[in-house]
Write a protein that binds this ligand. Sequence first.
Ligand code: HMG
Ligand code: MG
Length: 311
Amino acid sequence: MADTASLPDRVTIYEVGARDGLQNENGVVPVEAKAEFVQRLLAAGLPVVEATSFVHPKWVPQLADAGELITLLCDGELGEAARDLPVLVPNERGLDRALELGLRHIAIFGSATETFAKRNLNSSLDAQFAMFEPTVARAREAGMDVRAYVSMCFGDPWEGDVPIDQVVRVGRALHDLGASQLSLGDTIGVGTAGHVTELLTAFNEAGLADDDLAVHFHDTYGQALANALAALQHGITTFDASAGGLGGCPYAESATGNLATEDLVWMLHGLGIETGVDLTELVRTSTWMAGVLGRPSPSRVVNALSGRMRA
Ligand code: HMG
Ligand code: MG
C-alpha cells in the first residue's frame, strides 16, 4: 500500500477533454455538443475546464469555432462565468481574439524540442519565446492569468530522448515570462515514474516549487496513472486529465489518449484525496460524449462504472 501520510487532502484536476480531446477528433463535433460537454464537466464538479483554442483555424479546424463556443456558453446557464474558462493561445493574434471576448485565463504552449516547435508552432525552439513574450506581457497587462504548457518533456517521436536540462531550460524560460503555472506534458506518453520524479526534482532545483507545477500525461504506454501517482508522491497537486481519456495531439502522430479523468479520480478518491468531482456524473458525461463521437471511451473506469450503472 502506498504511504498516504504525506499525500495532500485535496488536489485540483485541470480538465482538458474539451480542448486536448476534441482537437484530435477526425470530425468536427457540433458547437452545441461542445457547449453541453463543457457545461456537464463543470456540473460534475471539475474545478477548471479548458474550453477550446484560439489557434490558427487551418492548423486545428476541429476548434475553428472557438469564438462561437464561448459566445454560446456566455448566452447559456454559465453566463459571465464562461469568461473564466481557460483557452489555449499561441500568439498575439490568438490573444486579440480572446481579449475581444473578455476572457480572463489563457494558456500558452511551448515545445521542449526543436522538431515539435516547428511542427506545432511553425517556429524554432528559440524563436518560440519571441512569439510568447509579447503575448504574455500584453495578457498580464490586461489582468489575465497565464498558464504555460511544455510539450515533449519525456521524449519526442522524431528526436527520441529529451535531455532533462533542455526541458528545464524551456520550462524555466516560459515560467519567467510571467506564467502562474507550468504544465509539464508527456505529449506522446513515453514517460515512466522514475523519470517523472527526476524531472520534477530538476525543476525544484531550478527554483520552481511544486505549487508552480502541474503534470499532463498521455496514456500511450499505459503509464499515465503510475506517473500521476509518482507526481502526487513528489508533491504535485494539479493534474491535467481528459474526460473519458479523449485526446492525443494533431501534430504528434504517436500521441494517443490523455490520462482519463475518471481513472485519476478513482485513484485519488481511493487514496482518500478530495477532488470535488462527482464520478457518477462524470461517467455519464463521458458515456454521452462517446455516443456523440460514435465510439466507446478507452477509460477503464468509464467502462467499469457505466456497465455497473446499466446493470
Ligand atoms: P503560422 O502559419 O506561422 O502563423 O502559424 P503566422 O503568424 O505566420 O500567420 C499566418 C496567418 O495566420 C496570418 O493571417 C495570421 O493572422 C493568421 P494572414 O495575414 O495570412 O491572413 N493567424 C491566426 N489566425 C487566427 N488565430 C491565430 C492566428 N495566428 C496567426 N491564433 C501558429 C503559427 C502558432 C498560429 C500555428 O502554428 C498554430 O496555430 N499552431 C497551433 C497548433 C495546435 O493548436 N496544436 C495543438 C495544441 S498543443 C498540444 O496539444 C499539447 C498540449 O496538450 C500539451 C502536451 O500534451 O504536451 C498543450
Ligand atoms: Mg496534451
